[in-house]
Design a protein around this ligand. Structure first.
Ligand SMILES: Nc1ncnc2c1ncn2[C@@H]1O[C@H](COP(=O)(O)OP(=O)(O)O)[C@@H](O)[C@H]1O
Ligand SMILES: [Mg+2]
Length: 336
């Protein structure tokens, strides 16, 4: 059975603790600290109406095939890089939108963080994982400022790019950061001067920081980030892992999809839902979603929330058929 896990609340505005993005170290630690919960059974008295809604709205993180693939590549790379002084190798997770790239990085980061804590139980002041997102229309200074923001380094307007970079490299070394995630790298348009210089800045950081870099972005292999003389430097140092929609051709592929649907179904906490109904409609669910986990999750979560609202507390094919999905999913479903 794949691991089905739910998370305790964190950063819930209602209980006064403001939401912290994971692109600050406080937000990242809060995310990594959020314990995995065993959700009580459907009908358990511990569930309030609100808790049930919150649970199905957030729902679970499942171990997907691409998560396993990225995890394996990353583990190999970390060993390979362990004794490297200079150019370390990195990983790019590339794929269509909402196929779970960011979720994969977050889950692997969380696991890495906990492994590091077990290895160094007495050292509290470590930041084994850093997580930043490329801002739109980034300049090198903006990118390195994102690192500074994650690390909590105050950036004064008078500080130049080199000074911020020095401070960032210093703190990353001090905090023993070993894994650096840079999300949304497709936003770097290396055809513009600012974008190209920002890519250079990423390379520079990769050389100065003794960590393994993992980038994620939409269809990076076709983006200017990997082409041209600058792109060649990245292309020569990074391994690319495709994070695709799940296929539904061979028997084996179908089995993987059925398992995923089954795992999601098992995570439901609806009083009148009979397990097996969703799995029975697995082919239909694949048609609707094109095998994209973001669309599948959207569909199931919406259905669960509607069934809580109208009191039926079960998911039927009719209910699924009435839900309109994201534009991409709706368009791909149209017969050609
Ligand atoms: N492993 C997973 N298990 C359950 N749901 C997932 C998983 N990965 C992604 N999702 C769902 O898909 C949505 C989009 O995922 P995300 O990681 O943001 O995709 P990407 O970064 O590729 O655009 C998430 O908000 C979540 O609802
Ligand atoms: Mg993302």
């Amino acid at each position: 059975m794949a691991s089905v896990t739910a998370f305790a609340d964190f950063g819930d505005e209602e209980d006064g603790t403001a939401f912290q993005p994971i692109t600050t170290w406080q937000g990242w630690k809060a995310f990594a600290d959020t314990p995995r919960l065993e959700a009580p059974a459907a009908g358990d008295a511990a569930w309030t109406a609100q808790a049930l809604e919150d649970y199905h709205s957030r729902f679970v993180v499942l171990t997907t095939p691409s998560m396993k693939k990225v995890s394996l590549q990353l583990r190999r790379l970390l060993v390979l890089n362990r004794r490297q002084q200079g150019a370390r190798r990195g990983l790019i997770v590339s794929g269509p939108p909402t196929t779970g790239k960011t979720t994969t990085l977050m889950e692997l980061g969380r696991i890495f963080e906990h492994t590091d804590r077990r290895r160094h139980p007495r050292l509290k002041d470590r930041l084994p994982v850093a997580f930043v997102s490329v801002p739109p229309s980034a300049t090198p200074k903006m990118l390195v400022s994102e690192f500074a923001r994650f690390l909590g380094i105050p950036v004064h307007t008078r500080m130049n790019q080199a000074q911020i970079t020095d401070a960032v490299c210093h703190v990353l070394a001090e905090k023993a950061t070993q894994l650096v995630f840079v999300d949304d790298v497709h936003l770097l348009n290396t055809r513009t001067r600012a974008g190209a210089e920002t890519a250079d800045q990423m390379k520079h950081l990769g050389e100065r920081v003794a960590a393994t870099f993992v980038y994620a972005g939409v269809d990076v292999e076709h983006s200017p980030l990997l082409t041209g003389p600058r792109g060649a430097q990245i292309a020569g140092r990074f391994t690319l892992v495709r994070n695709t929609a799940l296929p539904y051709g061979t028997t084996e592929q179908r089995q993987v999809w059925h398992e995923l649907v089954g795992d999601m179904e098992e995570a439901l906490r609806l009083r009148h839902h009979r397990n097996g109904v969703l799995e029975q409609h697995a082919a239909y669910l694949h048609r609707r979603t094109g095998g994209v986990i973001g669309s599948l999750s959207h569909l199931i979560r919406t259905a669960a929330l509607i069934s809580l609202e109208d009191g039926s507390e079960k998911i039927t094919k009719k209910l699924l058929a009435d839900i309109q999905l994201d534009i991409r999913a709706e368009q791909q479903e149209r017969p050609r």
